[in-house]
Design a protein around this ligand. Structure first.
Ligand SMILES: NC(=O)c1ccc[n+]([C@@H]2O[C@H](COP(=O)([O-])OP(=O)(O)OC[C@H]3O[C@@H](n4cnc5c(N)ncnc54)[C@H](OP(=O)(O)O)[C@@H]3O)[C@@H](O)[C@H]2O)c1
Length: 328
């Protein structure tokens, strides 16, 4: 078949959201091991911001977007897992903001029957992240007290629900009262508004009878890192999984000794879906939980391709809760 025309959201040069443009592109047939998908929805994520700005360098111009879901319209040679008409989703394929996406079949997962592809697109990257953080980076135990920063955000609401289901007590941080209500609705037992409380670690100590929490999940980074360290119990774990407020500056490891033989890790999703089995395990649990209603995902906004810049402006200026989607 000849190359097909489609529309894509491109990054023309590194910079702010104004460098995004919707452009016609040509998509070649899927090669061996690849599938072509008609996009139903794509997820908006911070990794796109880091790529657009050039923090994660990629040669420009390139098609933005990591995450999506849609219907398989063509399969290449040697593809055995999927057929035309299957609904699939993925968390990691750069170039996902395109009406047609060609991607390796091995990064796609099946979407359970009856699950809206929009919801599947909404939970792949953030849901798999929440899954590995609570199951593998630090395996949350019943009775654990945990601290989740930006608890009304995409990862925040999902991780709070997963940790509650494991019997943990969750302290969430947020920047507004409206976000506090969202964090509570996701199951947070206590919520600290860190735009009003100057000493977050002291507030956490008060809520934990002086002991501190077993684990802090920190995707905010620069602005929360110090409070995260000081909120941990002895031998507690800081999982620094993002930098929504900026990167954490260089750090003296000796401080981990004085603060209680602490552990700090900087995990990333790619290293927690190393094999096809691991990807299928995590995605089946997350997509299955959304399908059976035990995991709730809030769609915080839907935007057209032409409105992609506005989606990022909203995300980056802390106006959003839950998950933002681009709908082609
Ligand atoms: N390592 C991984 O595998 C992985 C995977 C997915 C995502 N992440 C990271 O996880 C973090 C959360 O991602 P998400 O998609 O779920 O986003 P999100 O939590 O929905 O949005 C980010 C939130 O961070 C808080 N924040 C604090 N200071 C901020 C600032 N200066 N600018 C912007 N936001 C600020 C805001 O909540 P408040 O207003 O309540 O403070 C904001 O809503 C990001 O850092 C992302 O890079 C990492």
């Amino acid at each position: 078949m000849a190359a097909r025309q489609c529309l894509a959201v491109m990054v023309e040069r590194n910079g702010g959201s104004d460098v995004l443009a919707v452009c016609p592109i040509e998509i070649a047939d899927p090669g061996p091991g690849q599938i072509m998908v008609q996009l139903a929805a794509a997820g908006v994520n911070f990794i796109d911001v880091y790529q657009r700005e050039g923090t994660y360098p990629i040669a420009t111009p390139f098609v933005l977007g990591s995450e999506g879901a849609g219907v398989v319209v063509q399969v290449g040679a040697e593809v055995t897992d999927f057929s035309v008409g299957d609904v699939v989703a993925w968390a990691h394929h750069r170039g996902s903001f395109s009406t047609l996406v060609v991607l390796p079949a091995e990064v796609a997962v099946p979407v359970p029957d009856g699950l809206d592809p929009e919801l599947a697109a909404a939970v792949m990257l953030q849901g798999l992240t929440a899954h590995y953080l609570v199951n593998s980076t630090y395996a949350v135990q019943p009775g654990d007290r945990i601290l989740m920063h930006a608890a009304a955000g995409g990862v925040g609401q999902l991780l709070t629900q997963l940790a509650k289901a494991k019997g943990a007590s969750v302290i969430g941080t947020v920047s507004t009262d409206a976000k506090a209500a969202k964090a509570r609705a996701a199951g947070a037992d206590h919520v600290i508004n860190y735009s009003e409380v100057s000493d977050v670690a002291a507030a956490v100590r008060e809520l934990t009878a002086g002991e501190g929490v077993a684990v802090v999940y920190d995707g905010v980074g620069k602005q929360t890192f110090e409070a995260s360290l000081k909120s941990l119990r002895i031998r507690g774990m800081l999982a620094l999984f993002g930098a929504a407020s900026g990167q954490v500056p260089p750090f003296d490891l000796q401080r981990l000794n004085g603060l209680g033989s602490l552990f700090v890790t900087r995990p990333t999703l790619a290293h927690y879906v190393l094999t096809r089995e691991e990807l299928l395990w995590r995605s089946a649990e997350i997509l299955g939980a959304v399908a059976d209603g035990s995991l709730r995902v809030e769609i915080g906004g839907r935007y057209s391709f032409a409105d992609a810049a506005r989606a990022y402006d909203d995300l980056e200026s802390r106006r959003t809760t839950g998950k933002l989607l681009l709908i082609p």
